[in-house]
Every structure is written in structure tokens, then in C-alpha cells.
Design a protein around this ligand. Structure first.
Ligand code: CND
Ligand code: ZN
Ligand code: ZN
Length: 382
């Protein structure tokens, strides 16, 4: 079932297949026939098998995060290599792979630094929607389509740079492990890599969607004694308890600011706070929820376009650390296959985060589930 067409049949040729196209913001995507060009040098064409729906895709559709349109969105994908361009050596046709929004070129300043993971080959802060040579591999009705973060997974076939593709265990269930392309490493790594949550500590997680729930899993693995979950959706709070949240807070049930509630219930503020929503108010609330002297606040949510984060400098002069990261600060190609291997060995379990699986053509319904708060993660199957 998970086998790509024999690459000899399609390699070097344009593939005509179905993709969900975002023509404009604030409108459903339309599933249409697209032409997917063969991969050029250093590129890989992938048959997508599954893709998660991430809050970042939703931010784009709602105009909060601007990218050039029309585009094929989606970045949390798993699939099988159909064909490779000249010079590609890390993957071959038939390999199971994940699509990474943050590449690892292993040559740029960020990749060469021991801690840097923000590879300079893909500007996720200001996405241009094109391959590194400035061209596109997708067309629809004669129009060029842009990609998203060099990934584009809401399509039966996509073309990516080799540096953004990682081979995973051949036995990995592709309908599940797409979460390792974004939500899981993003949240889990924020806790274990960026914040370095300590045993016995108190953590507070703002937003309990796919990313925030993965933060919870990271805090739990790191040995946090108390994990406070904050969400405005009651259904999320109930589910969060099952994965390790010890205390649930719905800001709508309090008259005072939620950061004040957190500080009072923890004595002097949490040791670690995480923002996995993407609004300025909740970023400030997360900052003010952690201990003023030694608290660490990690911003994960993607903020609205051109917004500014304002807070009193005293908030950090006292010693608090405010930071953030993409994809959990993992060096993606080095680390993500190891996380998948841990899943295969049952050291990590992402299955409880997948609340819905839908056939690809029901993609717009998947977005409705995310917006209404009914899903943690919906996975589209192709
Ligand atoms: P999702 O929409 O599933 O989760 C967000 C959660 O926040 C939902 O449960 C909401 O109910 C809740 N929420 C919304 N508003 C509030 C509020 N005012 N107070 C409390 N709770 C609220 O999204 P997701 O989990 O897929 O993504 C979360 C954020 O992470 C989003 O901003 C996305 O763009 C970002 C992200 C960042 C990165 C990275 O590498 N840093 C990677 N992927 C996604
Ligand atoms: Zn994402
Ligand atoms: Zn790099």
C-alpha cells in the first residue's frame, strides 16, 4: 500500500496528480490537478503518504502568517521517495522519508555551530515559496504555484531539496510518524533541548494542541513534578490530563490574568513556561508565569505578521530567560530519525496526539476540526 509507483515509470517525467491549493486566504483550499516537475540536481520527488495539519498551516490560511499565493501548504509530511535528481546521495527511490521545514545543509553558519538549528538555506521567517534556484516545481491551470517552507505536503507528490528530507526506519508506520516532521520534535525538543526541564520542576504549557501536547510529553519525560496546562478549550484540558498534565487552567474561568493565577498556585512562578499558541498576549502571559529570577520561558507559537512583543525590561532584568526555537532546536536530519527510532522502540508515543485521520480530499474538514478545537492532530491519508 505504501509503495510509490515504480520510479522507472515516472522518473524524469512530469507527474499529474491531485493537490490542495490555497488560492487565497480566508477560503477553503480546492483540490485540483497539478503538474509536478521532476526533481532537479540536489532535489527529491516524494510520494506523500500522510500529512498532519499544523497550526502554522492554519495561520497562513487565516492571513496571520504571510506567504506568496497560490501555494500548496502542509509541512508535516511522511512519504516515499519516487525519484531523485542528479547528485542526490542521502536518499534513494523507495526510501521512507519525512519532510522537514528546517533543513540541515551541514555547511552554513547555523549548521556548523554546535547548537544552531536554523539552517540558512530555508528562511522560515520570510518564506519565498520557491526552490533554491528561484523556480517552482508545481503548476496548476498554467499558473505557477508556490511551496511552503520548501516542503508542501498537501499534494500526492512534492519536490524538495535533499537537505530538507530525512530517511527514517523502513518499518515506521507512515500514517503515524508524520508527526515527527513537526509537532512532536517542536514541542518535545522545546522542553528537553531548549528549556532543559529538570526533574522535580514545575512547568506551565500555554496551548494544548499538537505542539503544546508534545511539550507536555517532553516535560514528563524530563521528570517534571507538576505540569500546568492552559487552554481556552475544555475538551483540550480533559485530554491533556491523560498525557501528563497535572493541573488544568481555563483563563476564561478566572477574573484575574492567568499569569497571576499561575504565580499564586506555584508560590513564585513556574520553573519553565512554554507558549504554543501564537498570540502576543499569551506570550506575555507565559513570560510572566515563570519565576522572575530563574524562570525560563520558551516561545514556540508563531506570532501574527509584523507584531511586536512588548514587556517591561524589568521582567528579564530579574534573571528570567526568554527564548524560543524552531523544531525543538533539533539539528533536523541528525536527530529526527533517532526520535522515530525511539518511537519504534516504544520509548516515545505520539499515538494519543492523533485524534483524527481523514482521507486527503477531506482536508478542509481537518482544518475545521483544528479551528473548533475538536482535534489535537488530524492526519490526512493519501
Ligand atoms: P493548535 O491550533 O492545534 O493548538 C493551539 C491551542 O491553543 C488550541 O488548543 C487552542 O484551543 C489554544 N488556544 C488558542 N487561543 C488561546 C488562548 N488565548 N489561551 C489559551 N489557549 C488558547 O496549533 P498547534 O499545536 O499545531 O500549533 C501551536 C503553535 O505552534 C502555532 O502558533 C504554530 O504556528 C506554532 C508552531 C511553531 C513551530 C516552531 O517550530 N516553533 C512549529 N510548528 C508550529
Ligand atoms: Zn508545524
Ligand atoms: Zn545549513
Amino acid at each position: 500500500m505504501e509503495r510509490a509507483k515504480c520510479s522507472a515509470e515516472t522518473a524524469g517525467k512530469v507527474i499529474v496528480c491531485r493537490a490542495a491549493i490555497a488560492w487565497t486566504i480566508n477560503a477553503p483550499m480546492s483540490i485540483e490537478e497539478v503538474e509536478v516537475d521532476p526533481p532537479k540536481a540536489g532535489e527529491v520527488r516524494i510520494k506523500i503518504v500522510s500529512s498532519g495539519i499544523c497550526g502554522s498551516d492554519n495561520h497562513i490560511l487565516q492571513g496571520k502568517l504571510k506567504i506568496p499565493l497560490p501555494a500548496i501548504l502542509g509541512h508535516e509530511g511522511a512519504g516515499i521517495v519516487e525519484s531523485i535528481g542528479e547528485g542526490v546521495s542521502n536518499v534513494k527511490p523507495g526510501d521512507k522519508v519525512l519532510t522537514l521545514a528546517i533543513p540541515q545543509c551541514r555547511k552554513c553558519d547555523s549548521c556548523l555551530h554546535a547548537k544552531g538549528n536554523c539552517c540558512l538555506k530555508e528562511d522560515v521567517c520570510h518564506p519565498v515559496g520557491l526552490m533554491l534556484d528561484g523556480t517552482s516545481r508545481f503548476t496548476c491551470r498554467g499558473r505557477k504555484l508556490y511551496n511552503l517552507f520548501g516542503t508542501s505536503t498537501f499534494t500526492e507528490y512534492t519536490v524538495m531539496h535533499e537537505i530538507s528530507v530525512v530517511k527514517i526506519d523502513a518499518a515506521a508506520p507512515l500514517e503515524k510518524v508524520c508527526l515527527f516532521a513537526c509537532a512532536f520534535p517542536t514541542g518535545y525538543g522545546s522542553a528537553v533541548n531548549k528549556a532543559r526541564v529538570t526533574p522535580g520542576s514545575t512547568c506551565v504549557v500555554f496551548g494544548l494542541g499538537g505542539v503544546g501536547s508534545s511539550v507536555v510529553l517532553g516535560c514528563k519525560t524530563a521528570g517534571a513534578a507538576r505540569i500546568i496546562g492552559v487552554d481556552i478549550n475544555e475538551e483540550k484540558l480533559a485530554r491533556a490530563k491523560a498525557i501528563g498534565v497535572t493541573d488544568c487552567l481555563n483563563p476564561r474561568n478566572f477574573k484575574k490574568p492567568i499569569q497571576q493565577v499561575v504565580v499564586e498556585m506555584t508560590g513564585f512562578g513556574a520553573d519553565f513556561s512554554f507558549e504554543a499558541i501564537g498570540t502576543i498576549d499569551t506570550m506575555v502571559a507565559a513570560l510572566e508565569s515563570c519565576n522572575l529570577s530563574y524562570g525560563v520561558c520558551v516561545i514556540i507559537g508563531v506570532p501574527p505578521e509584523k507584531s511586536q512583543l512588548a514587556f517591561e525590561p524589568m521582567q528579564i532584568l530579574s534573571g528570567r530567560i526568554l527564548t524560543g526555537c524552531f523544531l525543538g532546536e533539533y539539528k533536523t536530519r541528525d536527530c529526527i530519525p533517532i526520535l522515530v527510532a525511539d518511537y519504534m522502540r516504544k520509548k516515545i508515543n505520539v499515538d494519543p496526539l492523533i485524534t483524527h485521520t481523514l482521507p486527503f480530499f477531506r482536508i478542509n474538514e481537518g482544518f475545521e476540526l483544528l479551528r473548533s478545537g475538536k482535534s489535537i492532530r488530524s492526519v490526512l491519508l493519501f
